[in-house]
Design a protein around this ligand. Structure first.
Ligand SMILES: *[C@@H]1O[C@H](CO)[C@@H](O)[C@H](O)[C@H]1NC(C)=O
Ligand SMILES: *[C@@H]1O[C@H](CO)[C@@H](O)[C@H](O)[C@H]1NC(C)=O
Ligand SMILES: *[C@@H]1O[C@H](CO)[C@@H](O)[C@H](O)[C@H]1NC(C)=O
Ligand SMILES: *[C@@H]1O[C@H](CO)[C@@H](O)[C@H](O)[C@H]1NC(C)=O
Length: 325
């Protein structure tokens, strides 16, 4: 009996110490990298400028993180240096060409593969891909499957529900029942895409099944099924075809700004940053590299209220565009 109590007490002590050490390890000053893309704004030539839509920055900041741009045209040395100073990466939506793989895909793949290696070896490096970001993650993780995209109809600038298949998902498990029901029944998710990833890609490229699980889907106007979200299997990779960052921050497009829509968005930013807090990298680069060093502008293209524009490290013309993600 006494031995049993002793074992129980020591087990409790071990558990308590583990709890303590995890809470000590939680990163309280997370910094997240966001990939730039070639400018799509007529007033800033794509040969000379790249951009990040400000809503992605605000989305991460509202979860408690600071942001550093990752210039996609940077060389591996620069990418390595940024990578070891950040706690996670956001790959945004946009219309940059992926196939080839394009230079953009290659540079994103360079860091996705670094994160993948860390995660496979028991470490923790979170990545969230949104819209084009969701698509490029599937392109890379399927080992560049030719047919990773399908064309879909009726999902360009519309609000619709999502069909959650996996209520235990890292993001969806945090929803109270009321919000969960709203997600299934109200138009809380904003879709802005003409391509998508079909669940059948997981059969065509079974390697995907090792890395990602499909957590929600939707159908297009013609009844074609596409994936609306995934999460990593035992690793902090997350991808969304819909745009959680637009509900609170974009007002020139018909995103939903209802209370439920904002709660829905907030779960995404909060949960992603929570995941990034479990990465223990410490930011030690020049603070001028953070997004605070730049001022957002209002572009003429009215798909975004505000964007950050960056001068390229070198003038270049690598960009073939897909029509839209
Ligand atoms: C890009 O910048 C270079 C160097 O400043 C300039 O010569 C060139 O005209 C610019 N290209 C475009 C398309 O504006
Ligand atoms: C990588 O880019 C940085 C910054 O643009 C530059 O200073 C450095 O020399 C480059 N390194 C290599 C190996 O090309
Ligand atoms: C990816 O595809 C290439 C070429 O098709 C092949 O050589 C390589 O083994 C594949 N890698 C994995 C991890 O499946
Ligand atoms: C936004 O969601 C609310 C419910 O939360 C719904 O009544 C409304 O129709 C939606 N608006 C748009 C633009 O989808």
């Amino acid at each position: 009996m006494i031995t049993k109590i002793a074992i129980l007490v020591s087990a409790l002590l071990i558990a308590y110490n583990q709890l303590q050490s995890t809470s000590q390890q939680l990163q309280e000053q997370p910094v997240i990298g966001i990939f730039t893309q070639p400018s799509t704004f007529a007033e800033y030539a794509s040969q000379n400028y790249t951009y990040i839509a400000a809503s992605y920055v605000k989305f991460l900041e509202s979860g408690g993180a600071r942001v550093i741009p990752i210039p996609y045209e940077a060389n591996h040395t620069t990418l390595d240096e940024i990578f070891k100073n950040i706690n996670g990466i956001l790959i945004p939506g946009g219309s940059t060409g992926l196939k080839g793989p394009s230079l953009y895909t290659q540079r994103v793949a360079y860091l996705v593969n670094k994160a993948l290696k860390i995660n496979k070896e028991g470490g923790w490096f979170p990545i969230i891909g949104i819209c084009l970001g969701h698509e490029v993650m599937h392109y890379i993780l399927s080992n560049y499957s030719e047919n990773f995209l399908i064309d879909v109809k009726g999902n360009d600038k519309v609000t619709r529900p999502i069909n959650i298949h996996y209520r235990q998902a890292y993001f969806y498990s945090q929803m109270k029942e009321e919000l969960y029901q709203a997600t299934l029944n109200e138009n809380l998710a904003y879709y802005h895409h003409i391509h998508a990833v079909s669940p059948s890609l997981y059969e065509i490229a079974p390697v995907l099944q090792q890395y990602l699980r499909i957590t929600s889907t939707q159908t297009d106007e013609e009844g074609q099924l596409f994936i609306t979200s995934t999460e990593g299997i035992n690793m902090p990779f997350y991808s969304f075809q819909y745009h959680p960052e637009k509900n609170p921050f974009e007002w020139t497009i018909p995103a939903n700004h209802s209370v439920h829509a904002i709660q829905f968005s907030r779960i995404h930013s909060y949960q992603f940053i929570q995941s990034c807090r479990m990465n223990s990298n410490k930011f030690s680069l020049d603070l001028n590299k953070l997004i605070f060093n730049y001022n957002p502008i209002q572009p003429i293209n009215q798909n975004y209220n505000q964007v950050y524009i960056f001068q390229r490290l070198q003038a270049m013309e690598d960009a073939e565009y897909q029509e839209q993600s």
